[in-house]
Design a protein around this ligand. Structure first.
Ligand code: HEC
Ligand code: HEC
Length: 228
């Protein structure tokens, strides 16, 4: 039994080293193949449009999984499905290696919508709190949810899978979230909530997002968009 386990772990060690070597060898090819993605995902995978996700510094395992899902239609997006249809498995590996090796860019502070502006402040003290409070309060709420979840409502802490810095988990293909656009995060969390996006393992993100209010989704998205 012990011998069998040893053989298995050796085999695993070899597969992962060769996978790493392979991935490193394809970054250059990936850069060329990613030329078709620049118009939406930006130079180096740092998209400038807030509803188009950044791909820079994302785990290759996760990127490949999503491209395959767009290709088979398991994840639905007409634009991305058409594009993924034209990619071979080797293209996906190359492109994913390229994006995983890029640095994700930081975001500006989110801007609150007009309808969230509080009543005009009257006293100086009120003015002062209003100046910094509303956005900071939302980000603090998001930070609390990210770290601690909400036990009473069975919302799991995001930190458990996405890491203290939003760095995700490469072997598990848990995506990195740090510095992703808030607008995309809100959109995709809402898609998990409504089950429009349902290709995730055991639907775990659906189970989490369906218990979150729209306000919580926004708060945690703002917080994550500020993680570096
Ligand atoms: C016409 C615009 C457009 C082009 C061109 C495009 N994408 Fe996308 N891509 C999108 C949009 C929009 C989404 C978000 C889909 C959603 O909301 O589910 C997306 C999502 C993705 C995702 C999922 C990211 C995540 O965090 O889950 C990957 C991976 C991706 N694109 C890779 C590519 C690659 C590789 C190319 C080039 C071969 C490419 N895209 C070209 C618009 C585009
Ligand atoms: C049990 C592990 C787990 C926990 C806890 C978890 N996630 Fe996830 N999350 C995942 C997995 C796995 C995926 C990838 C789903 C897929 O393959 O489509 C994911 C995907 C996501 C995505 C999509 C990223 C992208 O680029 O499209 C967002 C956003 C996200 N999670 C946010 C959160 C937030 C916010 C929380 C906390 C409220 C949270 N997650 C808690 C496992 C988890």
């Amino acid at each position: 039994m012990k011998k069998k386990l040893l053989a298995l772990s050796l085999a695993l060690a070899f597969t992962s080293t060769s996978a790493i070597l392979h991935a490193e060898g394809t970054i250059r090819a990936g850069k060329e193949k990613a030329a078709a993605c620049i118009s939406c995902h930006g130079d180096n995978g740092n998209s400038l449009v807030s509803t188009f996700p950044k791909l820079a510094e994302q785990h290759s395992s996760y990127l490949i999984k999503q491209l395959q899902a767009f290709k088979t239609g398991a994840r639905k997006n007409p634009m991305m499905s058409a594009i993924a249809m034209g990619l071979s498995d080797a293209d996906m590996v190359d492109i994913a290696a390229y994006y995983a090796a890029q640095k994700v860019s930081a975001n500006e502070l989110p801007i609150l919508d007009d309808d969230e502006d509080e009543k005009p402040a009257t006293t100086d003290a009120e003015k002062k709190t209003n100046d910094k409070d509303p956005l900071q309060a939302i980000i603090a709420q998001g930070s609390d949810l990210y770290r601690n979840g909400d036990l009473s409502r069975e919302v799991s802490a995001c930190i458990a899978c996405h890491g203290p810095f939003g760095e995700g988990n490469k072997p598990a293909a848990f995506p990195a979230l740090k510095s992703q656009h808030a607008d995309y995060l809100i959109k995709t969390l809402t898609d998990f909530k409504t089950d429009a996006r349902s290709n995730n393992p055991e639907n775990m993100m659906h189970m989490i997002a369906k218990k979150m209010t729209d306000e919580e989704i926004k708060a945690v998205s703002y917080r994550i968009s500020m993680m570096k």
